[in-house]
Design a protein around this ligand. Sequence first.
Ligand code: ATP
Ligand code: MG
Length: 372
Amino acid sequence: MVSMPEVSNLEATISLGWKAAAYLWRSFTCSHTVGLVYDTINVLYPEGKPRPRHIVTYHTGFGWTLKYCLTPGCSFEDLLQKQGHLNDACRHFVDIERDSAGYVLINVYEGWLKSYYPYELLGDRGSMSLPIPIGYSAQGLEWYDLASAPHMLIAGESGKGKSNFLHGLIRALLPVAAVCVLDMKRLEYAYFGDRIRLAETEADGLKLLQAINQEMGRRIPLLKAAGCVNIQEYQGNEMPYLVLVIDEYAELRDKRILEIIERLVRLARAVGISVVAATQRPSSSVIDGDTKALFDARLCFRVADGINSRMVLGEHCSAAAYLPDIKGRAIFRGADRDKVVQTLHLPISQARKILPEEVIRFEPEPAKAIPV
Ligand SMILES: Nc1ncnc2c1ncn2[C@@H]1O[C@H](COP(=O)(O)OP(=O)(O)OP(=O)(O)O)[C@@H](O)[C@H]1O
Ligand SMILES: [Mg+2]
């Protein structure tokens, strides 16, 4: 007969054995990070309660994938809510998805991307109306159709690549949309010449925004008269896509400018007007929470802490604080799940050489005073 002390000795030996095996496994595979994911799942789902059952872990092109099976009483939604814990524990970007067989895949993105990809202009993007190259992810070069979710927020610390991304975005859009740029830092968009409408002072910015507001007012009745609910259904030529790019939202002080931007973000999606705004400071003192919620697409470069990351990517995602300190590294949230990307590098010297001849220009009607 086995006495109690012997059982507890046995348990202690088994537990020690497990720890040793886990230690050896981590040392052998060099993946301390995967071990941290195991530990976090074990803490979040204690023994004796419904918990995901680990099936297998394998190395992927981008890091590691841990495959789990959901046992009765354990929900996918609940596991998704815990993504923040996993990001915090392993200090790498972790995402959670389901495969076609219903298994849960926890993907750990650990040092797989190159830290540099030059900008490339690629041909036809087929069905996309406003194609933008976002950058390389684990799945290859990611393109995004700005027309599908028309407003985009870009955030990140100084020097991480927001403006560089905007240069590439503008270059990609010029042949398919009229582009207006608001750049209060007055730095670097002048080389586009008359291919874009550029405002570098608040007075010019206000005029430009009033013209865009007026353009929105012109488009709404046109759509109504044609019986269309949005620009995608509209057949005429007098309504090209229009994209307003704002480099450093936090520099805007004029209340009238901010009010028009908020109005555009709320009302302009159906009429083909998009807003792309970059900021170092995504807090609600800079960009109001309701307005921020209308920016469907997000690109978040490294930020100072989890709080800033959650301001951009939502309450469960602090991962932008743990991005490696690499210029151009960001988390992109588009139509589907979040992805880590390395944006394409387009220095201005290079951008000057690839300016297109044929562009779409915004030709506003003579300004009328429009109340906002
Ligand atoms: N994807 C990238 N790959 C390599 N280098 C990059 C990339 N993006 C930006 N850089 C480089 O990083 C530096 C800073 O980039 P950028 O000016 O875009 O930063 P920023 O986020 O706009 O900063 P700030 O908030 O101060 O305006 C530039 O020298 C730029 O060439
Ligand atoms: Mg910048």
